[in-house]
Design a protein around this ligand. Structure first.
Ligand SMILES: Nc1ncnc2c1ncn2[C@@H]1O[C@H](COP(=O)(O)OP(=O)(O)OP(=O)(O)O)[C@@H](O)[C@H]1O
Ligand SMILES: [Mg+2]
Length: 273
């Protein structure tokens, strides 16, 4: 077909014009149009004769998926290596397996989704999940973390810190230079992660805490002042303030207005199920 025949066919609407351009000469790419209006081939360049290979879209998709998988591996490695937890199963919590039976659960689920959406959109957000034992605080906090990782295509690094476990590991590491160094390395990464969940804050205290615990907590609060954090706790804000001090907590609470989830009117899920 010469160029005149081509343009005639093109003008009669028999050709499909692709949005992307010829990688060789920059002309637009075309293909014959089927009855359904879709291109019948992968496209060719009417200017330089470049022929696009079969399956180029599949290839582009495969490349995207390859990079996504590589980022996922990195993010999961970070999550599992940096996090402090007692059972791996904690990472199985998802919005999908949070059962909504009561209005309160629906409200908390919606609030947690909203927290996640804002984190996905890079909002600086501090959030405190407060309430009784077994009410789903840890479940929804991990759900947010996993949702943020997935929805950002694993472009963020997140860590989970069981605060009670961290305190225990810190105490056990006293006297072992290697353990201390390993733990301090983890804590440094926790401070810098894009999102951190600090789970079960305050459970170590009976209304007061040691200077040691206080220093550990306030070090994390200080580092997270300008970065997102989700805290779960059995303590009310008033008691948290008493334990950790207004000055330490004000760093976190400054951004948590309107983002706090109150897990009341719920029974202990572990007992009822
Ligand atoms: N609505 C729910 N749907 C499904 N599982 C739930 C729900 N609420 C809680 N659970 C499950 O119940 C158990 C306890 O929940 P979770 O650990 O989130 O409680 P918590 O509020 O963090 O309690 P604690 O204060 O003792 O840490 C978990 O196994 C969790 O997956
Ligand atoms: Mg919990």
């Amino acid at each position: 077909m010469d160029m005149k025949q081509f343009w005639d066919a093109f003008n009669q609407g028999n050709f499909y014009r692709f949005d992307d351009l010829c990688p060789t000469c920059g002309h637009f790419l075309v293909a014959f149009k089927g009855r359904d209006g879709k291109p019948l081939s992968n496209g060719a360049c009417p200017s330089c004769g470049y022929l696009r290979e079969q399956g180029h879209l599949d290839k582009a998709k495969q490349t995207d998926e390859f990079y996504r998988q590589a980022r996922k591996n990195d993010a999961i490695n970070f999550l599992t290596n940096v996090s402090v937890f007692t059972a791996f199963s904690v990472f199985n919590h998802r919005f999908d397996n949070f059962i909504v039976k009561t209005d309160k659960q629906r409200q908390l689920y919606d609030q947690a989704i909203s927290v996640s959406d804002r984190l996905v959109n890079n909002n600086l957000l501090h959030s405190v999940f407060t309430g009784g034992t077994g009410t789903g605080k840890t479940h929804l906090a991990i759900s947010v973390l996993q949702d943020v990782l997935e929805k950002t295509g694993y472009r963020k690094k997140a860590a989970f810190v069981d605060f009670q476990e961290l305190l225990m590991l810190k105490k056990n590491a006293i006297g072992s230079r290697e353990d201390s160094r390993m733990l301090d390395g983890k804590i440094a990464k926790i401070r810098q992660a894009d999102l951190v969940v600090v789970d079960d804050l305050g459970a170590e205290s009976n209304g007061e805490t040691t200077q040691y615990n206080l220093d550990l907590a306030s070090g994390i609060f200080k580092a997270r002042e300008d970065k997102p954090i989700i805290i779960t706790t059995n303590l009310e804000g008033k008691n948290l303030r008493t334990i950790y001090g207004e000055r330490n907590l004000s760093r976190i609470l400054a951004h948590s207005n309107r983002n706090n989830l109150i897990f009341n009117q719920l029974s202990d899920y572990r007992v009822t199920n």
